[in-house]
Write a protein that binds this ligand. Structure first.
Ligand code: ADP
Ligand code: MG
Length: 304
């Protein structure tokens, strides 16, 4: 059963294409990560799904209903945490949540529903504070609580963990994973590990285009071409010698003087590098495995 259908959506800001003919579906109960660097079009797509902005061409269906034809009924089934969550700093947490709840037609008892959301999102220790007095992590929890208050079946979370410290990040991811057991969730992020930790499926965007759509377990295979090692020798070394090492697929000399070696996925070349150094009487100043940067990942994806 399809929860969200995105069909040939294009969005222009002036001459700039923020989204370029994007098509994909999301099934009921899926947790999907929209992954992409800044400016990829993630927030724009979320605003279109929630009908806050309209696309130039294309349609979005929620449970089979066009969001532009029936905004109210589609918004009622969606909970949305916007990018710069516009909270009211002068309001108390429970006051704000009660205010949000009032905008929806529900049969919830306001007080008990607000308490339930405060408990669910871990806001209890801070509940008597005004929103403006909360740390970023707690404000993000308020954002989640307001997105959940009307018990929507679909959650759309725009960079829900951005700006959080590592502990808060773990907490929020846990809450999202828990929610994902019952709801359809779309979250956006520029962090691959976040997709890996939380999502079943990853849809990758670059410059407004959908460039990959796969199960999360294939994320590194989809994104990466190999694994990387950074090695610095005391002496000058010829690139051709390094290229000849087993499983090395690419070598480049970096500005700082160290070599970046790309190796075949799954092969650890460190021992071979040590043996090579010994054999050639070279001195290794440093050797480390390095993560492929997000930018490199996107560049390799868009080259295809
Ligand atoms: P992401 O959320 O992936 O960082 P956005 O959807 O925010 O990407 O932005 C996609 C592109 O559209 C960016 O190049 C951005 O500068 C541009 N953009 C977004 N919103 C506007 C706007 N209101 N007016 C003009 N350009 C915009
Ligand atoms: Mg964004």
């Amino acid at each position: 059963m399809k929860s969200i259908e995105i069909k040939e959506v294009t969005k222009l800001y002036g001459k700039q294409k923020a989204l370029d003919n994007v098509t994909f579906d999301i099934g009921k109960g899926e947790i999907v990560g929209l992954l992409g660097p800044n400016g990829a079009g993630k927030s724009t797509l979320m605003k279109i799904i929630t009908s806050f902005i309209t696309p130039n061409t294309g349609t979005v269906l929620i449970n089979g209903v066009d969001v532009l034809e029936d905004e109210l009924s589609t918004r009622a089934v969606i909970g949305y945490l916007p990018e710069n969550n516009p909270l009211y700093p002068e309001m108390y947490i429970s006051e704000y949540l009660a205010f949000v709840l009032k905008m929806y037609k529900t049969s919830f008892n306001p007080k008990s529903r607000v308490d339930e959301m405060i408990d669910l999102t871990g806001l209890t220790p801070e509940r008597h504070k005004k929103i403006g007095a909360l740390s970023k992590g707690y404000r993000q929890r308020v954002g989640l609580a307001q997105a959940l208050i009307h018990d929507p079946e679909i959650l759309i979370l725009d960079e829900p963990t951005s700006g959080l410290d590592p502990n808060q990040l773990v907490d929020i991811r846990k809450i999202i994973t828990e929610l994902g057991k019952e709801k359809t969730v779309i979250l956006s992020t520029h962090i691959m590990q976040e997709v890996e930790a939380v999502c079943d499926r990853v849809v990758i965007f670059h410059k407004g285009k959908l460039v990959a759509d796969d199960h999360t377990s294939n994320l590194w295979k989809v994104a990466g071409t190999g694994n990387y090692y950074e090695v610095e020798f005391k002496e000058e070394v010829k690139a051709a010698l390094l290229s000849a090492l087993p499983f090395v697929t690419n070598v480049s000399l970096q500005e700082k003087g160290s070599w970046l070696l790309e190796a075949k996925k799954g092969e650890d070349i460190r021992e071979a590098v040590f043996n090579f150094a010994t054999e050639k009487k070279l001195h290794i100043l440093s050797l480390s495995q390095s993560e492929q940067s997000m930018e490199e990942v996107f560049r390799s994806l868009t080259r295809k």
